[in-house]
Ligand binder design. Structure first.
Ligand SMILES: Cc1cc2nc3c(=O)[nH]c(=O)nc-3n(C[C@H](O)[C@H](O)[C@H](O)COP(=O)(O)OP(=O)(O)OC[C@H]3O[C@@H](n4cnc5c(N)ncnc54)[C@H](O)[C@@H]3O)c2cc1C
Length: 506
């Protein structure tokens, strides 16, 4: 063990102190651990993870076909080349993460089966006290830490979001949420309805189509998709030239990011042209006679919700084969044998899958207190979607919606490492962000602008999230392309950073 635990006063409860405590061993927490270990090798740190293994999203989701919806060159870390096809299965992502843990000896820093239940900040000690429950035994263990690196994700893993529909208890078949897919679910030869049209539904439908009698994707309204070959041409070409994988990773990342940047900008500047291109791609798979207007033409402009990539058009191939179909309608009620729609039509089913999204959980369901007072997270203002007013020595890794989440894992790690180094240099044990007095009249609004991005789980949980200011510094901009250049230039002696030590002379 490379960490430096100290003994607690109470011998019955082993208390351990670490410079940094990372919450969660998903792609964010493992990335954070890598950067701490490589960039700040002298620091002691621990990763506490509620599950019995690493991976977060990629271990808890077990529905058929579970895979990424963005490419792994950018969903992978910048420091470890991705050598497979761009869209990867959960198993492939876990194998990649496993290599990161093994290659960097991160395993000894991770404590699995530890669910953090409470975090207390004390301004007299400038320390966090953390209470974690050992999931297997219920035993409580305590830790102290100087800094909390929050990598707990953004949604509740135990249970997904399922709306309450009339008559659900009347249905005689099985109702399943993809987040808690039962191991014993046998859908061979069964009739299945998948409610929803996001990335999860789009993954599930083609992956069960072979085995079920029929699968219907039931959506209230259509979603945009990008079908395409599950390959990146430039990566293939460079590989054929036997170019080093580290170079291929870097070049491919740059090309993907440039393409995504152009796409995001065009979605704003010429949404009609982008829409036409997306629909033309769907038409190529489904043919001229298919009713694309009803089933695949959303009412919103492209990029207001995340757009899933459909590898090799598998969803559309499933539909074209007749084993899968799409119904665009609203649910009136569940019946004993299926679903009655508002149009009056009925859909018969043995299994109904509610691919209806997440339950937002901003701070990992941890009971936070600052100097004895409960933290009301929604009263805080975010500093660049990383830190929060009134919450000292803490940063939360919340990735991108329109680009791969992990891009932010890497650039936030650089920022946190720089901040911790700066604190050490100036002899500070506490840092907090505060809106400077000159901005005291800055207008505050919701975490994100629903006009810009409005997925259901964010809209349902917006009241739980910190507030956003009018100025860029006080927003989670979702803008990787500028943040990658802005973060390294953040002036840590700027007036928004309040330390307990005098600023160091140059
Ligand atoms: C099916 C699916 C597909 C996705 N595909 C993509 C994609 O292709 N590209 C993309 O960019 N994004 C994708 N996302 C979003 C995805 O969740 C993130 O990109 C990323 O995996 C989040 O990683 P994370 O480590 O921040 O959080 P998580 O993966 O949620 O991991 C958080 C970890 O923290 C642990 N934890 C939480 N609270 C506590 C606590 N109190 N105590 C101890 N441990 C705790 C959890 O157990 C979990 O292991 C997808 C999401 C889903 C559900």
């Amino acid at each position: 063990m490379t960490t430096s635990p100290t003994q607690a006063a109470n011998p019955e409860q082993l208390a351990s102190h670490f410079d940094v405590l990372i919450v969660g061993a998903g792609i964010s927490g493992i990335g954070g651990a890598y950067h701490l270990k490589t960039q700040l090798p002298a620091s002691s740190f621990v990763v506490l993870e509620a599950q019995e293994s690493f991976g977060g999203t990629w271990t808890t989701h077990k529905y058929p076909g579970i895979r990424s919806d963005s490419d792994l060159h950018t969903f992978g870390y910048r420091f470890k080349p991705w050598v497979g096809p761009p869209i990867a299965t959960a198993a492939e992502i876990l194998a990649y993460m496993d290599e990161v843990i093994e290659d960097n000896d991160l395993g000894s820093h991770i404590r699995y089966g530890h669910r953090i239940v409470r975090a207390d900040w004390s301004s007299s000690d400038n320390l966090w006290s953390i209470e974690a429950e050992k999931v297997a035994t219920g035993e409580l263990v305590r830790f102290t830490a100087n800094f909390l690196w929050m990598c707990q994700g953004y949604y509740r893993h135990e249970k997904g979001y399922t709306p309450e529909w009339l008559g659900m208890s009347d249905f005689r078949g099985r109702i399943v949420h993809p987040q808690t897919w039962p191991e014993d679910l046998d859908y061979t030869g069964k009739r299945m309805i998948v409610i929803g049209s996001g990335a999860t539904a789009a993954t599930l439908v083609p992956n069960v189509a072979q085995d079920v009698e029929h699968v219907t994707m039931l959506q209230r309204s259509p979603t945009y998709f990008i079908p395409g070959r599950n390959a990146i041409e430039i990566a293939e070409q460079l590989r054929a030239l036997k170019v080093d994988e580290a170079w291929i990773h870097e070049i491919t990342r740059r090309q993907i990011l440039k393409t995504q940047d152009d796409f995001t900008r065009r979605s704003r500047e010429e949404p009609e042209a982008v829409k036409a291109e997306l629909l033309a791609a769907v038409k190529m798979f489904l043919g001229e006679d298919y009713d694309i207007e009803t089933h695949f033409t959303p009412k919103y402009r492209p990029w207001r919700q995340r757009i899933a990539f459909i590898p090799d058009g598998d969803l559309f191939k499933g539909i074209a084969s007749g084993k899968a179909s799409v119904v665009t309608d609203e649910i009136e009620r569940f019946t004993e044998t299926g679903i009655l729609l508002k149009s009056g039509k009925t859909l018969e089913a043995d299994i109904i899958v509610t691919a209806t999204g997440f339950d937002l959980s901003p701070l990992g369901d941890i009971d936070f207190h600052i100097d004895g007072k409960p933290l009301v997270f929604s009263d805080t203002v975010t500093y660049r979607g990383m830190m929060f007013t009134g919450v000292p020595n803490m940063a939360w890794v919340f990735g991108y919606f329109r680009a791969s989440w992990t891009l932010r894992v890497d650039i936030m790690a650089d920022f946190i490492v720089r901040l911790l180094t700066h604190m050490k240099t100036i002899g500070a044990t506490r840092v907090e962000v505060a809106v400077p007095p000159k901005l005291k009249d800055m207008e505050l609004s919701t975490w994100i602008d629903p006009e810009d991005f409005n997925p259901g789980y964010i809209m349902r949980g917006m009241h739980l999230m910190p507030r956003r200011g009018e100025l860029r510094d006080w927003q989670h901009t979702q803008d990787y392309w500028n943040e990658k250049d802005e973060f390294p230039k953040i002036d840590l002696d700027g007036e928004e950073f309040i330390y307990d030590a005098a600023k160091v002379p140059a």
